[in-house]
Design a protein around this ligand. Sequence first.
Ligand code: CU
Length: 606
Amino acid sequence: MGYGTPKLLGRMVTRSAAIAGVVSALFGATPTLAGTYDLTIGETTINVSGTEQTALGINGQVPGPTLRFKEGEELVINVTNTLKEDSSIHWHGLILPYTEDGVPGISFDGIKPGATHTYRFTARQSGTYWYHSHSGLQEQSGVYGSIAIEPKGREPFRYDREYVVVLSDWHDTKPEKILANLKKQSDYYNYNQRTLLSFFDEAGQRGFGAALADRLNWGEMRMTPTDIADISGYTFLVNGKNPEQNWTGLFEPGERVRLRFINAAAMSYFDVRIPGLKMTVVKADGNNVQPVKVDEFRIAVAETYDVIVRPTEDQAYSIVAEPMARTGMARGTLAPREGMAAAVPAGRDRPQLTMADMGHGSMAGMDHSQMGGQMQDMSEPAAEDDQMAGMDHSAMSQDSMAGMDHSAMSQDSMAGMDHSAMNQDSMAGMDHSAMAGKAMPRQDPFYAPGSGLVPRAENGGKFLSYADLKAQKPLYEEREPTREIEIRLTGNMERYFWSINDEKYSEAEPIRLKYGERVRFKFVNETMMSHPMHLHGMWTILDNGNGANNPIKHTVSIAPGTTVLAEVEVDAPGQWAFHCHLMYHMATGMFRKIIVEGGPQTASLE
Ligand SMILES: [Cu+2]
């Protein structure tokens, strides 16, 4: 199948909408913008892995077309489902009435095979967002696309041209089969486990006992240190193209180029860099942030970041997006002319999870008293050493970690800590004496101390941290939350299901919020995986220590062994989805329905 026809991709003003504009003009109101868009979900053929595969696309393409709206525009979006099963489109990050949110079973009934569903809502915001199916596992098969909304006024940054950069992961195996495989054997796709051979290798270096003790610890937890991603075998894409197909964006030297990065992957976080160029981050999840210059950033599944780059040389630059587990690479190019390419750096080593990522010896908010024997094992020097595996030993001695009193860091002590104090300096305040005058490796407060997942840029460059995100212009006034709701992220790797507060979606009561209240969510990640938590319909104000300038996001990644606070102004009546955006985590139960009680238009709620 080819690409969508221009008619499908273009904006058309319908007659009724045009009349509405005239009517409002007659009554002295600002004429409203209106646009009608047509999307068709259907099977299509793609070839990104070496063989032709049947994908599910939108208007015949993967990703679907970029929808370009204007802030204030009244949208009419007709979505036709040509599949043999129900489908849906959810507008990720958009603030809209809950009935238009596109989650089957929560916002509406879904779109039946052969049916067309019309969504109507107003684009109330500007920025970079995306849309995707919220039915079954269809998103993994290609039902996703980008949204770029132009602001009413001027952007607070300058750029000469822009590109949408959709990152995604493609698998030749049908997602239902992947899920079945995971259920059968949770490490089915984890090819990177330490092998018996590496065990003897390690035993040779560290002594048999130490290596064995460590193995037993991991074994008891039924996990492996390389369990960073649940699934391997993905092909990673930039705007639907694999690294060889090399998506290319053109520029003239000296131009400021805006790149709208969207992580539409089902399961893959990416570490993004453009060797030779600094990137200035200007938006996170669609919202303006105070510009921060970085060499690299990590984009969690479902997040968006807008960055500005200014290539001055007449040369090509590679856009490199490595999945966090380093199982491949997505690659694109910025070039002054078609056909130019830059060197592509070799893939880097995958991080090794440490015990800190298990919540052991970290400020994870876990109740360490429950760890029993495992904690005892941890107190032995050999195990302690392994705990440090992810850290730079040259800069931080083993003793400095040993000197920290982990037992004193109970859940309560964490809860009482003010995140505003937990910026990069807070670690420095912990034990200066043990650092022996050496520069402390920059600690990212959004990773457990000693975590093997802490990102590092090449050559000591700057890696974006959540702590760097400061809202350009706060959307909400700062006020005390009315209450706190604990969201423990939990799961069972062996039986492969994921849950919240130990309950799967199917077993759990909805979370009830009151219209007009401000709640604090206390996310406690008790698993060894990062979870990108996405709340529909309302902004999540990430408490990253920037007070009134805490950034507002639609997706917040919670690293293993960490506790993250976020607040929500409950300003959207209705019922909403709230879930981990890793597809197979969501599908197996890390999901909740949120019911907002009170406020306008809630009569139809259960
Ligand atoms: Cu998850």
